[in-house]
Design a binder for this molecule. Structure first.
Ligand code: DGL
Length: 270
């Protein structure tokens, strides 16, 4: 089983921020990724639909014989993980608890900010997870629905993105948060703009990157680590939309040459 790939799913290119970390932290592991770009954004969709689409991505990845599944999507983690996980016989990792743990560790003044999609915001998944661990922490949570389209259209380092980041995050300037959870896996692509606007006194938490550290721990725990250090992990990418934009962003973000995602239809998956 150690030679089987790890599966990653997201609504789109955001999950690549998690894959990038996996390539860095676990270079010997094979990776299979699917992004459901034909139906993104997931953020504004009803929870039942996010569950249905996430099941379809899950079943697609299970056919690739994965040894572990990573929900590289906060919205799917918030709305579908607890529904899907009990049905699977392989370990399933989401991004919300790893991000929560890292933020609790990072804050010094006990005030944490969270930005996410509308779905994750409405689910209150971060607020609940933080308060379950420490009810004394103050949490200021906000949806940032304009961020995902900027990233998916490859405009994440433009003057428009700067303007949107500044307008969206302005309310945080009136708070004293010292830690901000990037509660959507698309947001690390906007990280330089976010950090610039909020200043160095605010520590940004990349939930996806934190999740990969947990993947690493769980691979060891379940004796699933590919310990062959001469093996260069393979990477396969699938998208449900035309792959050109995916290839452009992924090549740039992951620093891979010759990256070609394959377009697939998963809407028939049960
Ligand atoms: N990248 C996803 C997340 O982490 C979802 C973006 C979307 O489709 O709205 O929440």
């Amino acid at each position: 089983m150690v030679n089987q790939p790890i599966g990653f799913l997201d609504s789109g290119v955001g999950g690549l921020t998690v894959v990038k970390e996996a390539m860095r932290q676990l270079p010997h592991e094979d990776i299979v990724f699917i992004g459901d770009q034909a139906r993104l954004p997931y953020g504004p969709r009803p929870a039942e639909q996010v569950q249905e689409f996430t099941w379809q991505m899950t079943n697609f990845l299970l056919q690739k014989n994965i040894k572990m599944l990573v929900f590289a999507c906060n919205t799917a983690t918030a709305e579908a993980l607890s529904v899907i996980k009990p049905h699977l016989s392989i370990p399933v990792v989401g991004v919300i608890l790893p991000g929560t743990r890292a933020a609790i560790k990072a804050t010094h003044n006990n005030h944490i900010g969270v930005i996410s999609t509308e779905g994750t915001y409405k689910s209150q998944a971060y607020v609940q997870a933080i308060h379950e661990r420490n009810p004394d922490l103050e949490v200021t949570s906000m949806a940032a629905p304009k961020f995902v389209p900027l990233v998916e259209s490859n405009q994440f380092d433009t003057p428009l993105a700067k303007k949107v980041v500044e307008e969206t995050l302005a309310p945080f300037k009136k708070t004293n948060i010292d830690t901000l959870i990037l509660g959507c896996t698309h947001y690390p692509l906007l990280r330089p703009l976010i950090q610039d606007f909020l200043g160095d006194s605010v520590e940004l938490i990349d939930s996806g990157a934190e999740a990969v550290s947990e993947v690493s721990v769980l691979l060891d725990y379940f004796d699933l680590t590919n310990a062959n250090n001469t093996h260069q992990g393979s990477r396969k990418f699938y998208t449900t939309a035309a792959p050109e934009m995916f290839d452009l962003i992924a090549t740039q973000w992951l620093g891979l040459t010759d990256l070609r995602a394959q377009e697939v239809n998963i809407s028939e998956e049960k």
